[in-house]
Design a protein around this ligand. Structure first.
Ligand code: MG
Length: 259
């Protein structure tokens, strides 16, 4: 069932049940990574752990092979360190050290349906600013999710995310947005992390949204490295990324990627 010209597909209870299975696996991996991520491990270690976990359940890593500008994404997890915003490529020679922050973004495909979530972790002990960036970014995701209610509008989510990040003294990345999700990893609608309340598409039960604020400690500008995947902040400031897949229900929302 499609809604308006935006092709926003409303999911049935059966479809959401499959997305709940995929989402739970993503949530479990992100939870387990909080114990694994410490100084001395490489970004490749994170990818290998995640891929093994997914394949041991006979599911598929959703990011592996996603088409890029020049070549497909070569790994199961996007692992982005410090000033890297999103889409970092895991690397066996990239060793994490105390004081780093590392964002892990991951998708799982189960019986034709996707789950997608991300979290930024502290490596060892981090600066007060870095700790606050992580806290504020997670809060901005939470405030956005709280607006994912039937009868609200898409702009209510965007506005809540933006206000929370900016009131915390940080800036919202403009060039990348959240998205609908279901039988494809990226579906309509696009969900900017900035915008006006009470504008945009009306939210309906059955919509499933991947809400994912990317928040920079400095300016919001970003650019892509020569590897054609890794996105970094233009001013070299730290960046954090939190994401959940959220289904809108008859009377509220359900976070599908939370364990
Ligand atoms: Mg996403």
């Amino acid at each position: 069932m499609f809604f308006k010209k935006q092709n926003i597909e409303l999911k049935t209870a059966k479809e959401i049940e499959k997305m709940r299975v995929a989402g739970k696996v993503v949530g479990e991996i992100l939870e387990k990574l909080s114990e694994i991520i410490k100084p001395g491990i490489t970004t490749k270690n994170i990818d290998v752990f995640s891929e093994k976990y997914i394949r041991s359940l006979k599911m598929l890593p959703a990011f592996f092979g996603v088409q890029g500008m020049k070549y497909p994404f070569p790994s199961s997890a996007c692992v982005s360190v410090n000033d890297e915003v999103v889409h970092g490529i895991p690397n066996a020679s990239r060793v994490l050290k105390s004081g780093d922050i590392v964002s892990v973004d991951m998708g799982v495909l189960y019986e034709g349906y996707y789950g997608d979530a991300a979290r930024t972790y502290a490596v060892g002990s981090i600066s007060d600013t870095a700790a606050r960036l992580l806290r504020v970014t997670e809060q901005s995701l939470q405030k956005g999710i709280e607006q994912a209610l039937p009868g609200n509008r898409l702009g209510d989510i965007s506005c809540a995310v933006q206000e929370t990040a900016e009131n915390g003294g940080f800036s919202i990345v403009r060039d990348f947005v959240g998205h609908g999700i279901g039988r494809s990893l990226h579906e309509d609608p696009q969900i900017p992390n900035y915008g006006k309340a009470d504008t945009g598409v009306k939210l309906l039960p059955g919509m499933v949204l991947a809400i994912e604020p990317m928040v920079n400690a400095g300016s919001y500008e970003v650019y892509m490295l020569n590897d054609d995947w890794t996105v970094v902040t233009r001013d070299g400031s730290l960046s954090a990324h939190f994401e959940h897949t959220v289904a809108i229900t008859e009377d509220g929302y359900e976070i599908l990627t939370k364990v």
